[in-house]
Design a protein around this ligand. Structure first.
Ligand code: G1P
Length: 289
């Protein structure tokens, strides 16, 4: 079993990041010097993915432009002899075979993933949520692919979250298989504390068997009146094997202001051009608190 395709849903309206997301897709917000979406695409590529489908929406064409060449700009940079910048500008277009499809109605994550059925065909595929950046030594998608291949099963990426936070995620019923890998027997979306199966929450990464599309085709709206991917995965894990991987890595929800700022600061601290400066700036700030 080889996983060569990935789907990145990036069709949301970005309501938690207004007003900027009125015209700039949240996936295109700058994380130091490149958009959030580039980190997600790079994670997929680093996991061996060759074909990527980005699910998009009206007003998000700028995502397509970003993963294209920019001849006018590149000519100017060439004339100015700025080869290093040409490489930076060129790079996103050459990362992978990137395809786009629009989700014509904003009906939920499950509905967004369903738009990928023709692109995916009859193969297992990875899903990387377009606003979840995960920094990890081994890309989380790679960690999931390894587990999916070993167990011939779908795999979801999980970490434990607090009782206070579980209502923001999906909660998974798990039993241990080996270190960091569990068998999944049930799950629910946005549970109350009473409804949760465990504190293991799915955090933005999946490797799914194509059978999920048959389920999504008839999936009824669930939490929030939306067609939920979690509801389809609940059915899938009752029908066939599914594992959960307690992945190694730090996950940031860049779709909300605080998560976005945490990721920005951590990236900037590690960036060769900004790291030393930011450390000094923060030290000075903190000393005055
Ligand atoms: C989505 C999924 C949810 C998951 C979460 C974090 O929720 O529906 O199951 O736990 O992402 O990856 P959202 O953040 O879109 O409300």
């Amino acid at each position: 079993m080889k996983v060569k395709k990935a789907v990145i849903p990036a069709a949301g309206l970005g309501t938690r990041m207004l007003p900027v997301t009125k015209t700039v897709p949240k996936e295109m917000l700058p994380m130091v010097d490149r958009p959030v979406l580039q980190y997600i695409v790079q994670e997929a590529v680093a996991a061996g993915i060759e074909d990527i489908l980005i699910i998009t929406n009206r007003g998000k064409d700028v995502m397509e432009d970003y993963f294209d060449y920019a001849p006018e700009l590149e000519d100017k940079l060439m004339q100015a002899g700025k080869d290093d910048l040409i490489e930076l500008v060129h790079k996103p277009a050459n990362l992978a075979n990137i395809f786009f499809v629009r989700q014509k109605q904003t009906l939920g994550l499950g509905h967004a993933i369903y738009q990928a059925r023709r692109f995916v065909g009859n193969e297992p595929f990875a899903v990387l949520l377009g606003d979840d950046i995960i920094r990890a030594k081994t890309p989380v998608t790679k960690q999931l692919i390894a587990a999916a291949e070993k167990y011939h099963a779908s795999a979801v990426g999980v970490q434990q979250v607090s009782d206070e936070a579980i209502h923001r995620y999906s909660s998974v019923a798990v039993s241990p298989l080996e270190e960091r890998v569990f068998s999944v027997s049930d799950m629910n979306e946005k549970p109350t504390i009473e409804e949760k199966f465990s504190n293991y929450a799915i955090l933005g990464r999946y490797v799914l068997m194509p059978e999920v599309f048959e389920i999504l085709a008839n999936q009824k709206p669930g939490y929030g009146g939306e067609i939920q991917l979690t509801d389809a995965l609940e059915t899938l894990c009752h029908r066939e094997d599914m594992v959960a991987v307690d992945f190694e890595g730090r996950r940031y929800d860049t779709g909300n202001l605080c998560g976005f700022l945490e990721a920005t600061l951590d990236m900037a601290l590690d960036h060769p051009e900004t790291g030393a400066w930011l450390k000094a700036y923060m030290k000075d700030k903190v000393s005055k608190f």
